[in-house]
Design a protein around this ligand. Structure first.
Ligand code: E4P
Length: 217
């Protein structure tokens, strides 16, 4: 399973990248706004900086909702760097745009996916990635992981090439479960990635080893 970091914060991207396990970055308009980035020039420069920091797929989300405008915006985003993946919402014009990008060699990430039906449409349109929002599904009282399993089953059965990118991750356990359910990629906050490191027996074991090492060093 590939690891993406789900943030537009450069310090967090740097920290995750330095771990050596990072395969890419996902952003969205809310994450960009959180960093105080304003205006299309600043947005484009921010994406460029991220692309220069991380050697992997960088999802940049369109804010247009009309087919022609999504295509125009997506073309501009894709021109920033070869690693840019254009993130397109799961709406009617979005599906049309996904197909246009597929036919024109631009890689895509279909976002805001909450059902198997939407995941089938994204795959039919040739999306590179599809992003089911696990945490938001769980927040509404449904089971996000069940959707990952259902999607993995359908994609395998139908031979779809679209990669399942588990998004809206809230914890280290979500990452483990997404891997178990067959997600190809997990995009996670830094905190959840670092959460994978934690186990009290590791801390206790290390403390004992370091204490015993003093006896012979
Ligand atoms: C990533 O591609 C998604 O936009 C993101 O994971 C959404 O996460 P949230 O539900 O925590 O906002």
């Amino acid at each position: 399973m590939k690891f993406f970091i789900d943030t537009a914060n450069l310090a967090q991207i740097k920290e995750a990248n330095e771990l050596g396990i990072l395969d890419g970055v996902t952003t969205n308009p809310s994450l960009m706004a959180k960093e105080g980035i304003k205006g299309s020039d600043a947005v484009f420069n921010h994406y460029k900086t991220i692309c220069e920091m991380v050697d992997g797929d960088i999802s940049a989300e369109v804010i247009s909702t009309d087919f022609k405008e999504i295509v125009e915006e997506g073309k501009k985003l894709a021109a920033i760097h070869p690693n840019i993946v254009v993130k397109v919402p799961m709406i009617k014009d979005g599906v049309k745009a996904l197909k246009w990008f597929t036919d024109n060699g631009i890689r895509t990430n279909c976002t805001l996916v909450f059902s198997a039906g939407q995941a089938i449409l994204a795959a039919k349109a040739g999306a590179t990635y599809v992003s089911p929002f696990i945490g938001r599904i769980d927040d509404s009282g449904w089971d996000g992981m069940e959707l990952i399993g259902q999607m993995a089953h359908i994609y395998q059965l139908q031979g779809y090439k679209t990669e399942i990118l588990a998004a809206s991750i809230r914890s280290a356990l979500h990452i483990v479960k997404a891997a178990e359910m067959g997600a190809d990629v997990c995009t996670c906050p830094l905190e959840s990635i670092l959460g994978l490191l934690k186990h009290p027996l590791t801390d206790l074991g290390l403390a004992k080893f370091l204490e015993d090492a003093k006896k012979f060093s």
